[in-house]
Write a protein that binds this ligand. Structure first.
Ligand code: ATP
Length: 248
């Protein structure tokens, strides 16, 4: 479904992604695991097109700080140069850590706003699915998004991404800053999204332990470079991965 080939991203002279390639098959969960500054957010911003947006804005101001090489294709179509909004229309939706867009609006209003591309007739069912996935959110539906806890905001952010009706969901560090209990809740929800909707999911994370058991394939990146890839099981059994990302 998604194929990334020889991606290189420079911020001025600094190389943030170095010749990174990966393949994501339809209906799978794929993870990119890396520690701080490994290049995870750069990869997600490149996949979602946000980096193209930034690059073009900078060019208009007369600067050229970001350089991009390589290709990204979705279902065989080259989307490397597409704007984020065009990628969303093709079903690629990025969910960044805790970004309720409207903190002054209540939880349900946020879900509705996120569904701007969908027919009104689909809204009720879509909101019910988010509540089915995260029953906690149903109890908080009239609360202002800005007053939700970190974990609740993260659930809402994932709910908002689902309201867009993605085919490919990009989750950038969904477990960051959450308690182990909340991490488990989110991992269970991500598994259910895949089994219940058949969505394809790409996750970046520094916490390998909760993520690896549910993934089909994982890529380990260090300093923007791919160092290892394999099935979730292979990575879980790898002593280097355990040493670096399991705190063993
Ligand atoms: P973290 O988990 O700490 O968020 P990350 O894996 O998401 O890290 P990135 O944010 O992609 O890593 O950063 C990769 C490298 O690129 C880092 O060295 C970072 O300092 C650099 N970088 C990221 N964004 C920019 C930018 N806008 N301008 C210059 N350098 C940047």
């Amino acid at each position: 479904m998604l194929e990334v080939s020889n991606l290189m991203v420079f911020y001025e002279n600094a190389l943030a992604l170095n010749d990174f390639s990966m393949k994501v098959t339809k209906g799978s969960i794929v993870a990119i695991i890396g520690s701080n500054s490994a290049g995870k957010t750069t990869l997600m911003n490149t996949l979602s097109g946000l980096i193209i947006d930034t690059k073009i804005k900078e060019q208009r101001k007369g600067g050229e700080r970001i350089t991009l090489y390589g290709t990204i294709s979705l279902d065989g179509e080259d989307i490397t140069e597409l704007y984020p909004s065009e990628r969303v229309k093709k079903g690629m939706v990025l969910c960044r850590e805790r970004h309720p867009i409207f903190p002054e609006s209540d939880l349900v209003e946020n879900l509705r706003i996120a569904a701007y591309l969908r027919a009104r007739s689909e809204l009720k069912e879509a909101i019910e699915y988010v509540f089915h996935l995260f029953p906690t959110l149903m109890r908080l539906k009239t609360r202002k998004a800005g007053f939700l806890s970190g974990g609740e905001q993260q659930m809402l952010t994932i709910g908002m991404a689902l309201m867009v009706k993605p085919r490919l969901l990009l989750l950038d560090e969904p477990l960051l800053g959450l308690s182990p209990l909340m991490q488990t809740t989110l991992v269970e929800a991500i598994k259910r999204i895949r089994t219940e909707t058949g969505l394809t999911i790409v996750i970046t994370e520094q916490f390998a332990r909760p993520i690896l058991p549910m993934i089909d394939h994982g890529y380990i990146i260090e300093n923007g470079m791919l160092t290892l890839d394999g099935s979730g099981l292979e990575l879980m059994e790898n002593p280097e991965v355990r040493g670096a990302y399991f705190g063993v």
